[in-house]
Design a binder for this molecule. Sequence first.
Ligand code: TRP
Length: 507
Amino acid sequence: MKNNGMLAHHRPQWKTNLGFLFAAVGSAIGLGNIWRFSYLCYKNGGGAFLIPYLIALITVGLPLMVLELGLGHKMRGSAPASMASVSKKWEWLGWWQVIFVMFGIVLYYSVVISWCLNYFFFSFDLGWGPDPDTFFFKDFLMVSGGPHQIGHLRTPVVFTLLLIWFLNWIIVFKGVQKGLERANKIFMPLLFSLTAVIVLWSLKLPGAKEGIMVYLKPDFSRLKDPHVWMDAFSQIFFTLSLGFGIMITYASYLPRKSNIVKDSLAIGFINCFFSLFAGFGVFAILGYMSQATSSPITEVVSQSIGLAFVVYPKAISLLPYFSRAFGVIFFGILVIAGLSSAISITEAFTSSLIDKFHYPRKAVTSVLCVFGFLGSIVFATQAGIHWLDIVDHFLTQYGLVVGAICECVLIAWIYKAQRLRQHINHYGDWKLKFWWDMCVRVISPLVLIFIFISSVAEELSVSYGGYSRVAIILIGRDWLIYTLFVAIIVASHPWRSDPKERMLASE
Ligand code: TRP
């Protein structure tokens, strides 16, 4: 439709504020909340880790959540459109974020969801057998010797992957209200109630108390280690979907009268509370397992992937009753949590293409999901787990952090935090105070720059995960560089409509 010679923009809108909150919480709560958080807590001083975690939430997590939601709400656009509205020169940043998340993070993330789906089916007859370790690495993934030995595709993974991308496609295809909002209105209550069942069930098991003690017993001496602080800050980013371009897009579908501050606090606290709560279940089960096998809990805990696909299956097989049901619920939770995060980036990318090129949603989603599925196949080979490890490290440790530093510079300095604060305060009932400007102008960028420099210094001294330098450079670093190139090329294309026009049309 034409409007003053320009293409008018029909922006979808959430039906209810609760629908928006469910979708945003659905994006935030993902695989990372369930095992990554628990493992980090364990590794970084138990209950003492909650101190840096809460500090990270308050000083960086929540202020940046307000910034992203405020930006999307003000500009009424996806990440690239919103950034282009601030300055055409910075449009690449929005594209880079959605591109490396869509064609990076979500490619391997959906492979992990597909493993969870396989394990969901295995749970019906405890198909991992008596030795889950050998089962997972040798029989299921048939892991090769290193990232250079690709081997062949793992058919069971490819099949479930197809199903995951199909679900992803159908939800985003149906649009904001009928797809995302409706799906999350089913997913979130289901996720919360199933998690409550699992946690309460685990707490009743013998040995659960000892497990919880290990989880929460604070070891304050660990707070002297800078790694503990770096882990807390990068976890806050990943878990709140910050620097992904997702929250900007989701907020662009909000009505004008919206309480950005209240919504940001709700998303942040619900997400972190969920992590804390799920951790009780994870550690209760570990406590039970350590008692059942008479081995100390330190020998039972393992890192993220091992925790879900080796330790948990072992524990499930050991359960005294209803072990199959427990397995089905546990892996079901992981699939729901993962899928509701994966759809959020597909939406953010779809929305970016619609904003810029005015392509029809259905065509965009269909093409995107086909490419997404094909891209994911890279991680479904026998070398998949090595690739996943390297790409995950680079994209989450550097991509998200660099993107967020640029976001702070662009919004808090170039656009000016104060202007965005005035906008947020104009429409919302909960008012932001001056200290928010300080957080996004000074504290957040300084903390992020510190994390970035420390990570680079460490990277140069020890090769990540013991992989060869060639693998690290070709797979990890280059992934970021190539996506940046693509982003710059896409950003240099002309707009089919003026991004500012879209914003004014809806004022
Ligand atoms: N917050 C999610 C987690 O903790 C991660 C996530 C959010 C994500 N959005 C995403 C992963 C989009 C992949 C794609 O696990």
